[in-house]
Design a protein around this ligand. Structure first.
Ligand code: UDP
Length: 462
């Protein structure tokens, strides 16, 4: 089958590894089922040659059917408040619509798949007459909350940030303390809130929402969303396709920090606690010290991916760790700067626990490796993910911060020891392994995620 004869699907992710990695995985899957895939990215190839993107691009060039198309980064529209980074991403995407339109007119794809940050491109899809879907990169429970946002808005006369710890109720998900909602949801006057509000509507107008999750992980949320219980009565519930968990394949993984794997080879089975906080997680100098002290007193083996605090040079990191820490823990601990090949680390038999920021890709990678989690959220929708993970899926236990936002060394020591050494920790491990088996089943030939993906391919390939 020649390249020209394949139907093309265009995928449009927001910038950042957490967005690009699952998009490339789904793209590879579609290519293996006879489609051609083009991934549209804003900026120049060089700007996108960050962490996984560079290796992902390398992989793409290996397949004639998976390619990247770059559209120039537009100037930031006026009126975006300084510091509202979320609104900035939404606005830049909207400003790129003319470039996207030109590209779509030329390639005329069978479908356009949008990251939710790129929702304003749905207008371009409609204008050019291309069936438009969302590729939703967080969990089904997050989708439930997003679909329900207009209902929550109508129920409350004040911003949800004013509700403090009061629970917010959404069908199919556990009660969420209002202050665990994503930051943009907390202030109804903010530009980013208005974007999420508009996005909620666009989801309902799409041809479908493809979710990187599987029913077995979140049955209640999936049932509620599909039954239309989360959608406002005035709107249509979009078809929902759970096609996950799609996690980074080994061939495209960013191999930086590869010395971790050699070090893990020297460690006993299931003995190592892995600590990694996503592609952007950073701690204050005080928090780094507390974390190091907790790890040291716990006596556990550990592999810790650490970044310098905001505004600090990486070379200064040594000075931020307690005096002599690296030396005292050298037989049982490894500290790596900035990046580790997380997927492969989690798959390594020496790893027995994961302290995660609860980014959805990280959660899926832990589930697919059967590694139990301690949840320590930092940004985006991670606090909400932790509620789902702890209360509903029961695949993690929370690491609790004090009133000043700092997690103490005692809390770290206690939770780490519990995870690695207690009966409760063993039960958590068993539950995670059961979730892993079910998730793998969903992806197998007879599985429901596989069926959902094939259903989509059938729609697009004709
Ligand atoms: N990642 C990695 N090594 C690191 C940090 C992150 O491989 O040191 C990968 C991780 O495996 C995951 C992605 O980057 O696939 C992060 O996505 P996630 O949704 O967990 O968090 P985000 O970075 O979007 O907050």
């Amino acid at each position: 089958c020649g390249g020209d004869s394949r139907r093309m699907v265009v995928m449009y992710p927001a910038p950042g590894p957490g967005h690009l990695i699952p998009v490339v995985e789904f793209g590879r899957l579609l290519v293996s089922h006879g489609l051609a895939v083009t991934i549209v990215q804003r900026g120049l190839p060089a700007d996108n040659a960050t962490a996984p993107a560079s290796s992902l691009h390398g992989d793409a060039s290996a397949s004639p059917f998976l390619s990247f198309h770059y559209i120039p980064e537009p100037p930031l529209p006026a009126g975006v408040p300084e510091g509202d980074h979320v609104a900035k991403v939404f606005e830049l995407t909207r400003a790129s619509n003319p470039e996207l339109r030109d590209f779509l007119r030329v390639v005329s794809p069978a479908a356009l798949l949008l990251d939710f940050f790129c929702y304003s491109a749905a207008d371009v899809g409609a204008e050019v007459g291309i069936p438009t879907y969302f590729f939703f990169l967080s969990c089904t429970a997050s989708l439930a909350v997003l679909l329900h946002l207009p209902v929550l808005h109508a129920q409350n006369a004040v911003s949800m940030g004013d509700l403090g710890g009061q629970p917010v109720h959404v069908p199919g998900v556990p009660p969420i303390p209002a202050n665990d909602l994503p930051a943009p949801f907390l202030d109804r006057t903010s530009l980013s809130y208005q974007h999420f509000f508009a996005l909620s509507k666009k989801l309902c107008e799409s041809r479908g929402v493809i979710v990187n999750s599987c029913r077995s992980l979140e049955p209640r949320a999936a049932d509620a969303v599909i039954a239309g219980l989360c959608t406002p009565p005035s709107r249509t519930t979009p078809p929902v396709f759970c096609v996950g968990p799609l996690v980074q394949s080994e061939e495209v993984a960013d191999k930086r920090g590869g010395e971790c794997l050699a070090w893990l080879d020297t460690q006993p089975k299931a003995s190592v606690l892995f600590l990694c906080f996503g592609s952007m997680g950073r701690f204050s100098a005080e928090q780094i010290k507390e974390l190091a002290a907790g790890l040291e007193t716990s006596g556990q083996h550990f592999l810790w991916v650490v970044r310098s605090p905001p505004g600090c040079d990486e070379l200064e990191l040594d000075a931020l760790l307690p005096n002599g820490f690296v030396d005292r823990t050298k037989d049982r601990g490894l500290v790596v700067m900035s990046w580790a090949p997380q997927r492969e680390v989690l798959e390594h038999g020496a790893v027995g626990g994961f302290v995660t920021h609860c980014g959805w890709n990280s959660v899926l990678e832990a589930v697919m490796a059967g590694v139990p989690m301690l949840g320590w959220p930092l940004y985006a929708e991670q606090r909400m993910n932790r509620v789902f993970l702890v209360e509903e899926m029961q695949l993690a236990v929370a690491v609790e911060a004090g009133e000043n936002g700092v997690v103490t060394a005692e809390e770290i020591e206690g939770k780490v020891s519990w995870l690695m050494n207690s009966d409760g920790g063993s039960e958590l491990r068993e539950r995670t392994l059961a979730a892993m088996r079910e998730a793998r089943e969903a992806l197998s030939d007879a599985g429901d995620s596989r069926a959902a993906m094939l259903h989509l391919v059938q729609q697009w390939i004709v």
